[in-house]
Design a protein around this ligand. Structure first.
Ligand code: PMV
Length: 322
C-alpha cells in the first residue's frame, strides 16, 4: 500500500492543558490556547504493509516502543475498516520527550499520515479530534499560528480551531534548553492524573483556566502582546504550582529554570518584551517580538545551565509532504 509522509510543528501552550476528564476518549478537563512553532518539526511516514506481523515503529532512526502508536493506529484502522499492520517512521528535529512537546507534533503528523495512508481523508476538525486521542496537545498542532482547544461537553466537541490575530506577524518564541534535553521524569499523562487526584490546588486551577482563556483571547483580539505574555507566564506558574503541591510533589524545574525566570524578569525591567512559559520539563520558552528576539536569545544563552537557544516564528498546520 501507499506510503504517506506528513509534517507537523509542535505547539507551546500559553494557557495550559493540564488535567483530563475521566473516560477513554482523552477529553481535556478545560480548553487551552497555544502557538504552533516553525522551529519544532516532526516528519512521519506511514505505510500499511500486509507483510508485517505487527506494527513497526522507528523514532529518530532507531526501533522504538509502539505502546502508544499501536492503539492510535487501531483507531485509524477501525475508521478505514482494515486490519493491516503499519510501518511508521518518525523524525523529530528537536529533543524527544523532554518537555518540548514532541507528542503534539508527533501525533498530529501521525494522524494525518496514517489516515491518508489508509485511504481516509478527514477535514481539519476531525483530524484534530483524532490527534487528541493520541495526545491532548496534538489536537492543536493540526493548525498553524495561534490555536484554541475547546474542551467541549463530549468527544465530538473536543477539537481545536485556529485564532486569527494581527500579532502573528510579530510574535516570536525563544526556546531555552536546560540540561541538554535530558528525558523527563514524569510524562505529562501520568503527571496530570497524579495532580488531579492529589493536588489540593487542582480545583482552583479548574476555576482559573476559563478566565485565563478569555483574557488570552481578548489580548489576541486587541493585538496586545504584553497582556498575552503576562497572562501566559501567570498561567504556566499556576500549572506548576498544582504539580508542586501534589503529594508526592512533581517538580519539573532545575536551577537553570529558576535562573531563566529571573532573567526574563530582568529583560522586562530593561524594556524588552519577554514572558516565560514552562511545560512538563525544565526548559523555558519565552514569548517575545521579532524586534527583541535576538537580544532575548543572547541573554538567555548566558544563563548557567542553558545548553542551547532557538528562536522560532509561528509554524504552519499539519500537511502531507509526500
Ligand atoms: O498532550 P500532552 O498529554 O503531552 O500534554 C501536554 C501538557 C503540557 O505541555 C504541559 C501543556 C500543554 O497544553 O501543552
Amino acid at each position: 500500500m501507499m506510503a504517506v509522509t506528513a509534517r507537523a510543528c509542535a505547539n507551546i501552550a500559553l494557557v495550559k492543558y493540564w488535567g483530563k476528564r475521566p473516560g477513554p476518549d482523552n477529553l481535556p478537563a478545560t480548553g487551552s490556547l497555544s502557538l504552533t512553532l516553525a522551529a519544532l518539526v516532526t516528519e512521519t511516514t506511514v505505510a500499511f504493509d500486509p507483510t508485517l506481523a505487527t506494527d513497526a515503529f522507528d523514532l529518530d532512526g532507531e526501533p522504538a516502543d509502539a505502546t502508544r502508536v499501536t492503539p492510535f493506529l487501531d483507531l485509524v484502522r477501525a475508521r478505514a475498516q482494515i486490519a493491516t499492520p503499519a510501518r511508521v517512521t518518525t523524525r523529530n528535529d528537536f529533543p524527544t520527550a523532554s518537555g518540548l512537546a514532541s507528542s503534539a507534533s508527533g501525533f498530529a503528523a501521525l494522524a494525518l499520515a496514517a489516515t491518508r495512508a489508509a485511504g481516509v481523508t478527514l477535514d481539519d476538525r476531525e483530524l484534530s479530534r483524532l490527534a487528541r486521542r493520541g495526545s491532548g496537545s496534538a489536537a492543536r498542532s493540526i493548525f498553524g499560528g495561534f490555536v484554541r482547544m475547546h474542551a467541549g461537553d463530549r468527544d465530538a466537541d473536543a477539537y481545536a480551531t485556529p485564532i486569527t490575530s494581527a500579532m502573528i506577524d510579530s510574535v516570536r518564541m525563544v526556546i531555552a534548553i536546560v540540561g541538554g534535553g535530558a528525558p523527563k521524569t514524569h510524562g505529562s499523562r501520568d503527571a496530570m492524573e497524579h495532580v488531579t487526584q492529589t493536588s489540593p490546588l487542582y480545583p482552583s486551577w479548574l476555576d482559573t483556566v476559563p478566565r485565563d482563556l478569555a483574557t488570552a483571547e481578548a489580548a489576541l483580539a486587541a493585538n496586545n502582546l504584553r497582556a498575552l505574555g503576562e497572562l501566559a507566564e501567570a498561567n504556566a506558574l499556576a500549572m506548576h504550582a498544582t504539580a508542586i503541591a501534589a503529594r508526592p510533589a512533581i517538580i519539573y524545574w532545575q536551577p537553570a529554570t529558576i535562573a531563566l525566570l529571573a532573567a526574563v524578569r530582568t529583560l522586562r525591567g530593561n524594556g524588552r518584551a519577554a514572558y516565560a512559559t514552562i511545560d512538563a520539563g525544565p526548559h523555558v520558552k519565552v514569548l517575545t517580538t521579532a524586534g527583541d528576539a535576538d537580544h532575548v536569545a543572547r541573554a538567555l544563552a548566558g544563563v548557567e545551565g542553558v545548553t542551547a537557544t532557538t528562536i522560532s516564528g509561528p509554524g504552519e498546520g499539519a500537511k502531507v509532504i509526500a
